[in-house]
Write a protein that binds this ligand. Structure first.
Ligand SMILES: [Zn+2]
Length: 138
């Protein structure tokens, strides 16, 4: 399993622990819709169904971090990764398509010792595409 997935899981677990520890059921929900499950509200959270706002003060940083002892903060500090990395979808140059002249360039660069992974990155195509090009040019 990759490290990033481990971190996402740890963040999810942390939120679950926080909800388990500080979440309370909305007291207004049972009046508004007795058959449905009441909302779980964190301090200062507003119920989306009836607009009830939990009156407790917001969690302090310490309270917020408490359930994650040896958990997410440790993993993040060790990994050097940000907690919620956003991965913008990159449009590869040329839209992932290679021209015939690029085929020749790729085959040449590969012959000169460039790796397939490097070439894939440089041309914005998949590793498989590079393999295919090199095979075709041989
Ligand atoms: Zn409610």
């Amino acid at each position: 399993m990759s490290e990033a997935i481990e971190i996402y899981k740890a963040i999810g677990d942390h939120k679950k622990r926080l909800r388990a520890k500080y979440g309370v059921t909305c007291p207004v929900c049972p009046e508004k819709r007795p058959k449905a499950h009441p909302s779980i509200l964190m301090p200062q959270q507003r119920c989306r169904v009836d607009g009830y706002v939990d009156p407790r003060p917001e969690l302090t940083d310490q309270q917020y971090q408490e359930p994650q002892m040896n958990g997410i903060s440790f993993i993040i500090s060790q990994s050097g990764l940000r907690p919620l990395p956003s991965t913008p979808k990159q449009t590869p140059p040329g839209g992932g398509k290679l021209s015939v002249s690029q085929y020749v360039d790729i085959a040449e660069q590969f012959a000169n010792g460039d790796t397939k992974a490097n070439l894939a990155r440089a041309y914005g195509v998949t590793h498989q595409a590079i393999c295919y090009v090199i095979k075709k040019q041989q």
